[in-house]
Every structure is written in C-alpha cells, then in structure tokens.
Design a protein around this ligand. Structure first.
Ligand SMILES: Cc1ncc(COP(=O)(O)O)c(C=O)c1O
Length: 510
C-alpha cells in the first residue's frame, strides 16, 4: 500500500474506530484493574474447586516454576525462592511447635523443603500444588541429602539387618565401594552381584536367597539395587519385568522376606524416566499389593542441579507401594538422625537447575544420539577397512541406549520417555593408550570426572576407579554431553580420533 493510500485509509477508518473504543469503555462499570482482580478471583475459585487431572500443569511447567509453591498469587510474590541460611528458629513461649514450624536446619530447612517438594512432584506426577504445599510434609516423601553417596548410604541405613544387597554388574563404582568396603566389611551386610539386564537371573538369585533363609526365624531383608541406564557402560535394566518378579516372590514368601527395589536413575532424570510410575496400571495407585519400584534416587549433583556447581543426593519413597510407604518415614528419620542433609545453598542451586531440566536433557539427549550414531558409523567404516594393513581398529564398541544396536534398546524405548535416552554415552577403545590419546587430543570437551553439566566431559573410567573395585572395561571413555553446538562436538571427536590413531600408530602396542 502506498503512503497516500495508507493515509486515506486511516482518515476514513479513524472515526469508526474511535466510536468503537468509546462504546467499549462505556459498557463497563469498573476499571480495567478491577477486571483483572475479578478474573483472578474467579480463576482461583475454579482452581480450588475442581482441579481435575487434565487441568493439572505438566511436569515441565512444574519444573519451570521450581521453588514457588504458593497456590494463590499475591502482589510482590518473589519468583525466585529465598535461600534460608538460619540454622535455628525462635520458639513460642509455651514451648510447643506448630508442625509446620522450622526448628533446626538439620531437621528441616525451608529451602531444602522446597527442593524436596518439587522433586516429589516430578517423580510422582502429583503436579497439583494443592497436594504438596508448604505444610504437608507428611505426604511428601522426598528427602535431599548432602550427596548422592549420602543418599545411597541412607537407603541402606533405613533397613534392618540381616540385609543382602543385590548389585548389578555395571554401576557407579562409588556405590559398589560403599556397599562392599563399608556395609559388608564393617556392618555385616551381604553383597551379591547379578546381571540385572537379565530378569531371569534375578529370579534365580531371589529363589536361592529365600531358600537359604527358609529355616531361619528372623525376617530377612533384600535390597535390589537397579541402576538404569548404568554408569558408565549404559546397561539398561527392565524395570517393569523386575517389579513383576519381585511381586511374585513377595507373594510366595509372605512374611519371611522383605524386598525393597531401588532405582538409581541419575542418568535418566524424571523428564525421561519415572521409575515409580513404570509398574503402575491405571489409577490403581493405592492398592496395597501394587507392584512397583519402592525408592528412586539420584545424584542430583548431575542432571538435576545441572551446572557442575552443587553436590546433592535425593531419594523419593513410592506412595504407591506398601514398602515405599513404610520406608519413607524411616528415610526421614535417617536423614535427621544421621544429619547428611543438603545445604540451603546447594538446595537452592538444585532448584535453579530444575527450572531448565527439561530443555537441557532434551538437547543433551539429541546431541548424544548424534555423537553415538557418528561413532558407530566410524566403527563400521573401520571394520570395512580392516583388510587394509595400515588401518588400526580404534573403536571396539559404542554404548548408548538410543542406538538400535544396543542390546537393551527395546527395553529403553519402552521405559524411557519421548525417545530420549539421556546425555551419557561411552566408547570402548581398542586399548587404554588409544582411549587416553583420544581424551588428550580433545579441544572442546573437557577431561574431568562427573556428568550432567552444561559442558561436555570425558573420562577414561578405569583410571579413576579404586583398584579391586573396577567395574569399567579397560579403554572405556565415558562422554557426558553438554550444551555446546553439535557441530563443534562432532568436529572435536573426529579430529581427536585422527590424532589418537596417529599417536598410537607411531608409538603404541595396539
Ligand atoms: C549413578 C550415580 N549414582 C550415585 C553417584 C554418587 O553421587 P555424588 O557424587 O553426588 O555423591 C554418582 C556419581 O557420579 C553416580 O554417577
């Protein structure tokens, strides 16, 4: 439209526009501000009266608002939670406390409680803020600890002896170290290793254990430790299949054996895996016999906090299983009595991290899939070129649950959400020399332990595991994918592979 035509249009249109605006404002007997206030009141009435399941905010919304739990909006509401550093609180003159009143920060800290409530919502899908607001600590069975290892240890401490812990073949080495070196050697807990990627082997083990206990009067406790995907070899364990087996054994054994199932879901935060909800059918959540995982734990140091700057562990007891409901209060007792609590600062940093958990994990999963696919292609190219005398085999295996070639890909596809398989993959090199040369040649990825941050980290795992407790094969490099541009990471990997090949071709015995 030319400038003259436009001015003609505006001159003609203005009188009718003005008439409309005038009649619009005349129709109301209150101010626009009054309208806003009335609308807010109406919306809140509706929310409180009929919060149906479909009206509840989705998990990404809950996470994006982490730490702000009030059910009503009010003016001047802080949209970032406070970091409450006080260790102690004044008491009323008559010496009693309201149940919701903080007493001492080891027992209860408002910032830690906000973190626990948010994770509770994410793990159990109770996204309505009405279910888990500031004074219902009894219905929120999530507990934040000073580290993932403190969370793992507290799970053991919440059990009674005699106790047998069943560990998978591949898991975070720190967990197997504490189970064996501390709980087995000093406290009389028995530790068994079973390949939990094959549920039938677990069934055999449970039958054997329960038969051994048959003649003994005392109740025997068994803790099945599932870590899926596992760190560092990315094994995937079939959570619903394990739940079914446990339920069968529980029914056969009646009172003699107490079985707890726990999933260390550190590599798959609630955005992509919710172990407590995997074995539930329909709305039958509160049936006492319901099969399901009893506890889910995370090293929140990793994806939940997400920025390599906080050390936190977190455990949620299932409200859907009898064993979960029994263990919740015991975990709380352990948390308070032993005192390995998450600090207010670390709780706050984790809340901050949770606000972007969904977008971070989605992006990290996509980039990890691209890197794993490319590494797998390179491995196949090497195999084809092997006839050539000068070519050396660098990559032996690529482990990532998203690859169709992964032995438990179908299981991962069933139990992990939205075709996202997390940001961790691992590569088995033909020798530790090649693995170290690859790590040494990287320019963008950092060589550092840990995972789940915004920066990509690589580590030759065996070199950090304590002698005698090594779970990783020699030459395995774990890659924790960050948020860098995919193209930069691909270039970094391919260049480092070329350099590693060159260095080892000239100097190594591979
Ligand atoms: C799977 C898994 N579980 C538990 C832990 C222990 O967590 P933290 O280092 O927070 O004590 C780690 C740490 O790497 C881990 O990877």
């Amino acid at each position: 439209m030319s400038a003259s035509l436009l001015s003609l249009f505006l001159t003609r249109a203005r009188p009718s526009l003005e008439r409309k605006v005038i009649s619009y404002t005349r129709a109301f007997s209150f101010s626009p501000g009054d309208a806003g206030q009335k609308a807010e009141e109406l919306a809140q009435q509706q929310q409180q009266q009929c919060m149906s399941h479909t009206d509840q905010p989705s998990l990404s919304t809950v996470a994006a608002h982490a730490g702000v739990t009030t059910t009503t909006r009010y003016t001047n509401q802080a949209l970032a939670p406070p970091i409450e550093l006080a260790t102690t609180y004044t008491r009323p003159a008559q010496g009693t406390y309201e149940p919701s009143h903080a007493v001492y920060s080891r027992m209860d800290n408002p910032t830690r409680r906000l973190l626990e409530q948010t994770v509770w919502q994410l793990e159990t899908n109770t996204t309505s803020t009405i279910i888990c607001n500031s004074d219902n600590s009894t219905t929120c069975m999530t507990y934040a600890f000073a580290s993932g290892m403190m969370a793992a240890s507290s799970i053991v401490l919440a059990h009674q002896l005699p106790l047998t812990v069943i560990l998978p073949l591949d898991l975070y080495h720190g967990v197997s170290t504490v189970m064996v070196d501390v709980f087995q050697e000093k406290w009389g807990v028995k530790v068994r290793r079973v390949d939990l990627t094959d549920p039938k082997l677990l069934q055999q083990e449970l039958l054997q254990l329960t038969q051994e206990q048959h003649d003994i009067d005392t109740t025997h406790n068994i803790l099945i430790w599932i870590e899926t995907p596992s760190n560092p070899s990315c094994h995937v364990m079939d959570i619903p299949a394990i739940c079914q087996i446990v339920q069968k054994v529980r029914k056969q054994q009646q009172q003699q054996t107490n079985i707890t199932t726990v999933v260390d879901s550190t590599l798959a935060p609630p955005v992509i895996q919710q172990p407590l909800l995997l074995c539930q059918n329909g709305n039958n959540h509160h049936h006492p016999d319901n099969a399901g995982i009893d506890l889910v734990m995370h090293s929140a140091t990793k994806y939940m906090a997400g920025h390599s700057d906080a050390t936190v562990g977190i455990v949620t007891a299932s409200p859907f299983t009898q064993q979960g409901r029994m263990l919740g209060p015991k975990l709380q007792q352990t948390q308070i009595a032993v005192g390995g609590v998450a600090s207010p600062m670390d709780s706050w940093l984790t809340l901050r991290g949770l606000r972007t958990l969904h977008v971070r994990v989605q992006r990290q999963s996509q980039t990890a899939m691209t890197l794993a696919t490319r590494l797998q292609e390179l491995k196949q190219q090497q195999q084809q070129q092997q006839q050539d005398k000068n070519s050396i085999m660098i990559i032996q295996k690529v482990h990532y649950p998203g690859l169709i070639s992964h032995p438990q890909h179908a299981v991962a596809k069933r139990q992990m959400k939205q075709q996202q398989y997390g940001g961790v993959l691992s590569v088995e090199f033909a020798s530790p020399h090649l693995a170290m040369a690859f790590a040494g040649a990287l320019n963008i990825m950092y060589r550092a332990t840990s995972l789940g941050g915004t920066e990509t980290l690589v580590e030759e795992r065996r070199s950090i595991e304590p002698p005698g407790r090594q779970t990783s094969p020699p030459g395995l490099v774990r890659i924790s994918v960050g948020l860098e541009a995919e193209t930069d990471l691909l270039r970094d990997v391919e260049r480092a592979l070329d350099i590693a090949k060159q260095v080892c071709h000239e100097n190594c015995d591979s």
